[in-house]
Design a binder for this molecule. Structure first.
Ligand code: HEM
Length: 411
C-alpha cells in the first residue's frame, strides 16, 4: 500500500467521525463498518484536515495498543488530535495528563493512582453509590413528568461519586460540567477550547492548594501529599486531577443515558435486567452494553514512532493512527451476531475500555456505577419509558464521548 497520496486519492479520503445511519443510533456508522470489512487500514480526514490512518480490526487494534512503537504523546507533530483543545495542549507544549504520556513516565504516575482504583477499594463504595442512586431516583419521582434522565440521574450520579472520591465540592458541579463539555467538543474555536481547559485546570490547581493547606481523606489530598514529597510537580498533579474529574463523570454519564435508551428499545433484554436476582446477570449486562455502545466514538489515538506493518500496509514513523473501538466490538468473528444486544453474552473481551498500558484506570468505578444503576432504575420504576421517540432524541455527535444531550422519560 502506497503512503504517497495523489490528488484523486486525497479527495476520496472519508471524513471521520462518520455519520450514523438514520434510525440506528447504536450501530457504528455504515461507512465505518464498510471500511472494517473491506479496508482494515485506511486513511481518514479529521476535523483539522489531517489524514491519519484508521485501523478497524479487533486484532490489529490490540496489536497496536500493546505496541511500544505507538506513542500517546500529543505534543508530537502529526498526532491525530480529537479536538482543538487537544491540539492547543500539543502546540503550547502544556503538561498533558498521564493519559498522553508514554512509559516510563506514564507507568510511574499510573502506579501512584492504581492503588486508589483497585476493585476492592472501589467495591467498598457500593453502599454509598446505591444510596446516592436511590436518592436521585427519589428526587426524580417527586418532581414533574416528563423528567430529563440526564439531569436527574445519569450526570449527577457519577459527578457526585467522583467529587466525593477526589474531595471536590459537588456545589461546583455546574462549573466543571459545563467547561469539560465545552473542552471536549470539536466544533469550538481553539481559543474557546483552551479557555475552558485553563479554567478547569486553574480550578483543580486551587483545590490542590486547598488540600496542601488542609489535607483530608480523599484522592486530591493523596496527590497533594505526592507534590509535598516531590514525587509530582504541582502542574502534573493538577493535570491528573483534571483527567479524573472529566473522565469520572462524562463517560459514565453517557453510558447510563445511552444504555437506558438501548434497554428501553429492547424490552426483552430490559426484562432480564429488571427481574434478575443474580448479580452475575447485571455484571454481564454491563459488559454487553459497554461493547454494544462503545461510547468513545472518536476512538483511541496514537502516533507511530517507527514504521509498523499492520492490516496489509505500513504505517510510517510520524503518522497518526485512529483506533475506533466500535468496529472491534462489532466484529462478528469475535462477537457473533454483533448487532444483537444480548445481556447473557460473554462480552468480557470488549475494547470499550481500551487495551494495553493505557487501559481505563477507572473501569472498576464505571462498572460499579453501571451495575448499581441497572439493578435499581428499572426495578424502582418498572413503567419507565421514553417521553420522546428515539429518532427525535438529541444524540451527542460532537463530543469526545457519544451520548445524548437530554433524555426525557416518563413512567
Ligand atoms: C463507561 C465509562 C468509561 C469508558 C468507556 C472509558 C474508556 C476509556 C478508554 C477507552 C481509555 C483508554 C484511552 C487510550 O488508550 O487512549 C480510558 C483511559 C482512562 N480512563 Fe476511562 N472510561 C470510562 C470511565 C472512567 C472513569 C469513571 C474514570 C475515572 C474515575 C476513568 C479514568 C480513566 C483514566 C485515568 C484513563 C487513562 C489511563 C492511562 O492512560 O493509563 N475512566 N478510559
Amino acid at each position: 500500500m502506497s503512503n504517497v497520496l495523489d490528488d484523486a486519492s486525497a479527495a476520496a479520503i472519508p471524513g471521520f467521525p462518520m455519520p450514523r445511519a438514520a434510525g440506528c443510533p447504536f450501530a457504528p456508522p455504515p461507512q465505518l463498518r464498510r471500511l472494517h470489512a473491506e479496508q482494515p487500514l485506511a486513511r481518514v480526514r479529521l476535523w483539522d484536515g489531517s489524514t491519519p490512518w484508521l485501523v478497524t480490526r479487533y486484532e490489529d487494534q490490540r496489536a497496536l495498543l500493546a505496541d511500544q512503537r505507538c506513542s500517546v504523546d500529543l505534543r508530537r507533530p502529526g498526532f491525530p488530535h480529537m479536538n482543538p483543545a487537544s491540539r492547543e495542549v500539543g502546540r503550547r507544549g502544556n503538561q498533558p495528563s498521564f493519559l498522553n504520556l508514554d512509559d516510563p513516565e506514564h507507568a510511574r504516575i499510573r502506579r501512584m493512582l492504581s492503588g486508589m482504583f483497585t476493585i476492592k477499594r472501589i467495591e467498598a463504595l457500593r453502599p454509598a453509590v446505591q444510596r446516592m442512586t436511590d436518592d436521585f431516583i427519589d428526587t426524580m419521582l417527586a418532581g414533574p413528568k416528563p423528567a430529563d434522565l440526564v439531569r436527574t440521574l445519569a450526570l449527577p450520579l457519577p459527578s457526585l461519586v467522583i467529587c466525593e472520591l477526589l474531595g471536590v465540592p459537588y456545589e461546583d458541579h455546574e462549573f466543571f460540567q459545563h467547561h469539560s463539555e465545552v473542552g471536549m467538543r470539536h466544533d469550538v474555536s481553539p481559543e474557546v477550547a483552551e479557555a475552558a481547559r485553563k479554567a478547569l485546570l486553574d480550578y483543580v490547581a486551587s483545590q490542590i492548594d486547598e488540600k496542601l493547606a488542609h489535607p483530608a481523606d480523599d484522592l486530591l489530598s493523596e496527590l497533594a501529599a505526592r507534590v509535598r514529597e516531590g514525587d509530582l510537580t504541582h502542574p502534573q498533579a493538577a493535570a491528573m486531577g483534571l483527567l479524573l474529574l472529566g473522565a469520572g463523570h462524562e463517560t459514565s454519564a453517557n453510558m447510563i443515558a445511552l444504555s437506558t435508551i438501548a434497554l428501553l428499545e429492547h424490552p426483552d433484554q430490559l426484562a432480564v435486567v429488571r427481574d434478575t436476582d443474580d448479580p452475575k446477570v447485571l455484571v454481564s449486562a454491563v459488559e454487553e452494553l459497554l461493547r454494544y455502545l462503545t461510547i468513545i466514538h472518536l476512538g483511541n489515538r496514537r502516533i507511530a514512532l517507527e514504521d509498523i506493518q499492520i492490516g496489509g500496509g505500513t504505517i510510517r514513523a510520524g503518522e497518526g493512527v485512529v483506533l475506533p473501538g466500535s468496529t472491534a466490538n462489532w466484529q462478528d468473528d469475535v462477537f457473533p451476531d454483533p448487532d444483537r444486544l444480548d445481556v447473557h453474552r460473554d462480552a468480557r473481551r470488549h475494547q470499550a475500555f481500551g487495551f494495553g498500558v493505557h487501559q481505563c484506570l477507572g473501569q472498576p468505578l464505571a462498572r460499579l456505577e453501571l451495575q448499581v444503576v441497572y439493578g435499581t432504575l428499572f426495578r424502582r420504576i418498572p413503567t419507565l419509558r421514553l417521553a420522546t421517540p428515539v429518532e427525535k432524541l438529541p444524540f451527542k455527535e460532537d463530543g469526545l464521548v457519544y451520548g445524548v444531550y437530554e433524555l426525557p422519560v416518563t413512567w
